[in-house]
Design a protein. Structure first.
Length: 205
């Protein structure tokens, strides 16, 4: 993942994300943000001009880090395994930035939501590869991508909220869901299991 330089603006973004994730939108103000970041309210306005710009920067930072993590996934000759690998990268991004993850999907501005869709374009581009390889039936790539997004986002959200007892149990659950998703998209059970196993094996190395 790309290293992002630390600066006052970045510190404010991190602090704002923590406040939002831990205390909710009502707790975020210039004063609470300045206190959490160890700076002054003047610093908040100097760097952002106001609180709406802070929230937008938090959302953009979250999706930027997600894009960085997705970019670490290489291309293999198995597009279904690549698709699962992207889901695992999504999971890693959430675990590495849980405070940002809890905030970034609360985007209310159309432009902010478009950032999320743009970030997931890499997953959308995998669908035609899966179809061409005879693994998935012909389908609307964005429809299938959103379905997959709902799956991984829901699983990760439950995991971060503590609804899985331990990592091995979560891994086993994730594997079954990924296999079922691929089968539902048109893959055979044997090929789906092999691809999911390959993606998990690669992520553990």
């Amino acid at each position: 993942m790309t290293n992002r330089s630390r600066d006052p603006r970045a510190e404010l973004v991190e602090a704002g994300a923590r406040v939002l994730a831990e205390q909710g939108p009502g707790a975020l103000s210039a004063r609470s943000l300045a206190r959490a970041a160890g700076t002054s309210t003047m610093g908040v306005y100097t760097h952002f001009g106001g609180m709406p710009a802070v929230v937008r920067a938090i959302i953009q930072e979250g999706f930027g880090r997600l894009a960085d993590e997705l970019a670490t996934v290489g291309r293999t000759d198995d597009p279904v395994a690549d698709s699962v690998a992207l889901s695992l990268a999504y999971r890693r991004a959430a675990h590495r930035n849980p405070h940002l993850y809890r905030v970034m999907f609360g985007a209310t501005e159309p432009a902010d939501r478009q950032i999320g869709l743009y970030t997931l374009r890499v997953a959308r581009d995998l669908v035609p590869r899966c179809v061409a390889a005879g693994r998935y039936r012909e389908t609307d790539p964005w429809v299938l991508t959103r379905q997959g997004w709902c799956l991984i986002h829901g699983l990760v959200s439950l995991e971060l909220a503590g609804f899985y007892d331990d990592l091995p149990a979560a891994d086993a659950e994730f594997r079954r869901y990924f296999e079922n998703f691929a089968i539902g998209a048109g893959d055979t059970p044997d090929r789906a299991r092999a691809s999911v196993a390959a993606a998990f094996g690669a992520s553990s190395r």
